[in-house]
Design a protein around this ligand. Structure first.
Ligand SMILES: Nc1ncnc2c1ncn2[C@@H]1O[C@H](COP(=O)(O)OP(=O)(O)O)[C@@H](O)[C@H]1O
Ligand SMILES: [Mg+2]
Length: 250
């Protein structure tokens, strides 16, 4: 049994008073400890699929299971990291990172032990008292990742987490997230529209078709880690992704 199993998942929305099939039929297994990159044309339903896995929405057809149990709502084992970070500007870095633990009623001492660990891991130890507006975009994204990690999720759901970053900052974070993965063995579902990011991150890459979407192709990436965006050995994978997207007319 895979950690996450999506079987025949479909999702409709209403568009101009008509039903619009966003996800047509998504079959995908994600094993414990994998990083699966999910790439596809804009508007094909990548974020929608992530929201279904997070339990923020429910499928109209089919089923998603986690550890064999149907996903029916959010849970601490599946934590989402949004593109914009979605941090609280009125809290400092430490309090942002500890927010979920505070809500869960974790005592202060335990909270700070846990946040120290992940603030350190995300290279934020010198910025615990800073407020969000005092941080660069890359640092904000680090805070968002630390805030997710303190919850000790089994699966991290990342929705285009690096798309607002400049290339050097993005490249550094691609390295850091791989480091975290090697240290913690977290399972990661990584949504991106960028073929380079998909190839650097994924142990497998699921290419979505355009709407109503299905998985067009699954590409295995056997290359060693840590991988970097200028790694020549990843170029054939990136070309394969681009040609799949091209056939979708993107
Ligand atoms: N809550 C919603 N209500 C109506 N339409 C939605 C909603 N969420 C997404 N959609 C539509 O579903 C399609 C897929 O959206 P999305 O999952 O955000 O795509 P992607 O992340 O791949 O760009 C888009 O056409 C979008 O407009
Ligand atoms: Mg999206």
């Amino acid at each position: 049994m895979a950690m996450l199993e999506s079987r025949g998942v479909a999702k409709y929305f209403t568009h101009k008073n008509r039903p619009m099939r966003a996800l047509d039929h998504i079959d995908l297994d994600i094993q414990d400890g994998e990083i699966v990159s999910l790439i596809g044309p804009s508007g094909c339903g990548k974020s929608t699929f992530l929201r279904l896995v997070a339990g923020l929405e429910t499928p109209d057809e089919g089923q998603i299971t986690f550890d064999g149990k149907p996903v029916s709502g959010t849970g601490p084992e599946r934590i989402m990291i949004f593109q914009e970070g979605a941090l609280f500007p009125w809290l400092n870095v430490r309090d942002n990172v500890e927010f979920g633990l505070r809500v869960a009623g974790v005592p202060a001492e335990e909270r700070s032990k846990s946040s120290d660990k992940y603030l350190e891991m995300m290279h934020l130890a010198d910025f615990t008292d800073s407020y969000i507006h005092q941080l660069s975009t890359g640092m904000k994204q680090r805070v968002a990742i630390a805030r997710a990690l303190v919850m000790e999720p089994r699966m991290l759901l990342m929705d285009e987490p690096f798309s607002a970053l400049d290339i050097p900052t993005r490249d550094r974070l691609l390295g850091e997230v791989q480091d975290i993965w090697m240290k913690t063995g977290k399972t990661i579902l990584f949504v991106t529209h960028n073929a380079v990011e998909a190839s650097v991150m994924g142990t497998r890459i699921a290419v979505f078709s355009k709407r109503p979407s299905r998985i067009r192709k699954i590409i295995e990436v056997g290359n060693g880690r840590p991988r970097t965006s200028d790694d020549h050995e990843l170029v054939p994978i990136q070309n394969e992704i681009r040609s799949e997207l091209c056939r979708e007319g993107v």
